[in-house]
Design a binder for this molecule. Structure first.
Ligand SMILES: NC(=O)c1ccc[n+]([C@@H]2O[C@H](COP(=O)([O-])OP(=O)(O)OC[C@H]3O[C@@H](n4cnc5c(N)ncnc54)[C@H](OP(=O)(O)O)[C@@H]3O)[C@@H](O)[C@H]2O)c1
Length: 281
């Protein structure tokens, strides 16, 4: 029989050392909720590539936050989400919160498989993270002072990872979020050139922006020895998903939390103040 476990059992945070998972772990810990980090380096280890590691990680947990790696857009990701959700439900872990992406058919298929699993689910369907510029693949170009991407006029309403973490934390600790799909964006859609300019202003350093062809972009990833599957994924995100389909704003942050989302200018000035864009922290 499936039972809802009390909070003496930890919440499993898959990707608990990543951009959103780390923030969710901090928030739950501050609330006194025990957490178990799901990562290849945790104990027990959790590895998406090795389904045998999934059951030990789900043992005796009250709920789970699921972030897939590297991205829900890759083939097989949706099946993995369906498989782990059904496994979790079988093990009595009904409360599942999934981080999803907008306008990605594979991500939307993953959502459907989660919804069909019998879980008490919440989906946070997010736009591009602001933190891609400070903690992920766009950090290198910012540090180098040269951003070159295969996008020009398309706008993206970047979301702050803290807003995602606030919603995920609320969802994991408050049953009112069960059955909700929160499509979340920031309050403004910016081009990548505008976002780069905001960061340049916040850092006080010039950072150029050049629109390049998808072929030049792929060649650059190859030169940087980005693994071929990751390069293909990143290329698809820039050339297929960033076609304008996601330019519209949503009120998901307000729906979930009753307050507006954080703005890119605030993100840029706060991130600059940490020194992350100077190469020192
Ligand atoms: N970035 C965006 O703009 C954006 C927008 C919308 C949705 N998303 C979705 O966000 C998800 C990623 O979440 P995130 O950005 O918070 O995480 P992230 O920063 O990409 O962090 C990666 C996390 O995954 C773990 N990890 C790496 N390889 C793993 C593996 N084989 N098995 C298990 N864990 C592994 C890492 O820990 P270890 O290295 O210690 O294992 C780390 O905790 C993706 O599914 C993506 O579709 C991203």
């Amino acid at each position: 029989m499936t039972t809802f476990r009390t909070s003496k059992f930890p919440v499993l945070i898959i990707g608990g050392t990543g951009k959103t998972g780390r923030r969710v772990a901090e928030r739950l810990t501050a609330k006194g909720v025990p957490v178990r980090i799901g990562s290849r380096n945790a104990s027990p280890a959790f590895d998406w590539e090795n389904p045998e590691t999934w059951a030990p990680a789900l043992e005796c947990v009250s709920a789970a936050y699921i972030t897939y790696y590297p991205d829900l857009a890759i083939p097989g990701a949706a099946e993995a989400i369906g498989d782990i959700a059904r496994l979790a439900v079988r093990k009595g872990v009904k409360r599942l919160v999934l981080l999803s992406g907008r306008g990605e058919p594979e991500a939307q298929r993953a959502e459907q498989l989660l919804q069909a699993s019998g879980a008490d689910w919440t989906i946070v369907r997010a736009s591009w993270f602001m933190q891609n510029f400070s903690e992920s693949m766009l950090l290198g170009p910012i540090l180098a002072g040269e951003m070159a991407l295969p996008v020009s006029t398309v706008r993206e309403p970047f979301i702050h990872a803290d807003d995602i973490a606030d919603i995920v934390t609320a969802a994991l600790t408050d049953g009112r979020h069960i059955g909700q799909v929160y499509e979340v964006t920031g309050p403004r859609a910016l081009t990548f050139a505008e976002a780069t300019a905001e960061i340049a202003k916040a850092t006080g350093r010039p950072i150029s922006y050049t629109t390049i062809s998808p072929e030049e972009f792929m060649q650059g990833l190859e030169r940087e020895q980005v693994p071929a599957d990751i390069a293909a994924l990143v290329n698809e995100l820039f050339t297929v998903v960033l076609d304008g389909r996601n330019e519209y704003l949503t009120d998901g942050v307000h729906q979930a939390l009753g307050r507006p989302p954080r703005d890119f200018t605030t993100f840029a000035s706060e991130a600059a103040a940490t020194g992350i864009w100077e190469g020192v922290q």
